[in-house]
Design a protein around this ligand. Sequence first.
Ligand SMILES: [Zn+2]
Length: 677
Amino acid sequence: MFPSLPFSFILIPMNKTNICREAEQYWGFDIRDLDTSVRPTDDFFHYASGGWIKKNPIPATEAMWGSFSVLRQDNRKKLKAIVEEVSSSKKSPKAGSEEQMVRDLYTTGMDTAKRDRDGVVPILPILQKVSEIKKPEDIIPLTSYLHKLGFGGLFGFFIDQDERHNDKNIIYLSQGGLSLPDRDYYLKDDEDSKRVRTEYRKHIMAMFKLSGKTPKDSAIMLEAIMLIETELAKASMTQVELRDIEKQYNKRTIEKLAKEAPGADWQKYFRLVGISKTGELIVNQPVFMKRVGVIIGEISLDEWKAYFTWHVLSGSANFLGKLFVNEHFKFYSTILAGVKKQRPEWEKVVNFIDGTIGEALGKLYVKKHFNHEAKKKINELVDNLFSAYREHIEKVDWMTLKTKKLALKKLSAFRRKLGYPDKWKGYKGLVLRPDSYVENYFRVHAFEWKRGIAKLKKKPDLKEWHMTPPTVNAYFNPVMNEIVFPAGVMQPPFFDAEADDAVNYGAIGSVIGHEITHGFDDQGRQFDSTGNFKNWWTDEDKKKFEEKAKVIENQFNNYIAIDGIKVNGALTLGENIADLGGLTIAFTAFKKSQKGKSREILNGFTPEQRFFLGYAMTEREQIRPELLKKIIVTDPHSPPIFRVNGPLSNMPEFYEAWGVKEGDKLYRKAKERAKIW
Ligand SMILES: [Zn+2]
């Protein structure tokens, strides 16, 4: 995945007459975004984007701001126009049509007066269910009931392709049940973890107060929540352990699971969520599931009631009235991410529609905004990237011929999806009403839950998408061996048909290369050409790959992100490999595309220099300190500055283009530079 991507609105062709006058030619990069007081060979991130950063402080409603966020904001406005058109049309849409669904979600979401009036009333029946548990055996049925409505709690469950037999779907059980972003927040004793825990406790008290509980009851419930979540945190894998696919692939029969993790009636859970017959399943964290079984019996029923009450309240807060929304925002956005001000309601509701019936909205978005010309050109770029990749694999000197052959086989087997799905998911049977926002939220979840369960009886759908069309992002899916680029990312500054080739290769070219490289990073390389998790590497090649990856891990371990806190090289390894690989391959593809063309200088920059400016432009992003601290713990992507300076300091192509010499801050000795592909 590639969540930290970027854009500059100055680059849309409309403004091009204002920029780059010296060159009298628009080439896709605004030189006013540079900070020429910084030497490019010391800190390319700030050289390329320092000017932009000074002119574009993070808006109060955002936790980060950069090319990626600007384009997302721009897309949200397009979605808003669509949603408002559908919602304000005098003609009532046909019941059951996607227009009707969009309208009902939007109008119930925007009716804040009604949401305020309703208070907790819409969730009372659910809270009632929680209060009715009478014995430990009731906890599993309650969990299944809450999961179906979209609440987290106790553990995670989903259905997806079997990683070793990807022609089948299978049940997965995984760790879960926490309200803070990671186990570390419960277990670590550094200043920031302690600060977050203190604020979390205050937040729980405030939410209970809003829901009508006395301070005395709330205080008792608070301790129960902390107790249970801390128990679950202790049994959870760390973020780095979660990158180990082998460790998490534990196939079990239901009988074996029952033996290993007694205390929870798993069969009953599956039956209640709608699975009549459970064959095999995959238990991602057997230790965690065992612990769940144990604590069900050890922890008192009153404590469990407190825990589930909290999950219902916190999970629905954003859909209730403003007192709940404000308190939820204060903790999750201000304390955890540093955001100063809430987004306007329409933005939140549009995000929600995109996140729930996103293909219904996406279909309307594509009709209005999809650029078919861009798709054609990007398709060509993808071809060029693949052919450059082939050359690189053929040329690597550390891999045996045997493994190389299989790597090339995998490369030729990659599938690609561009723009939007060939086959839309559809929402037939989903009943939404103009009555209540939070109830519509439950209805959508119950509907998607059923869709998920039905997968168990079907073959994996090769046409399915895991991002909606307006999403400004891209992904690689190892079990499908596919790269996917939604319409949202096929726009400036990632791709601009009017921009210079160098900038496009540096921008979208690097993104495409990044996604392909995920197929050959420390995780992706463990899947073969058919998308199955299966070792196709000789021991010798595996060892060499790991040594090479270690160089990148060590490099990033030394970067200080904030307040002396270092980047986690092991957690970010896959993304860092993908950044370096993506840039390297995109550079080769760019050079190939320029054969026979004139070497034009624009604004004093060579084509090679412009390639790197294009890359830095897409990675342009500023982050609030609070969010940065959270990212360091939970995000497999490195902070933006290191996503630029890190890979570039490994690339001889960059040294040559910008004249990096010993003594420059980005200089690394030749033997210390990382290179895999
Ligand atoms: Zn990625």
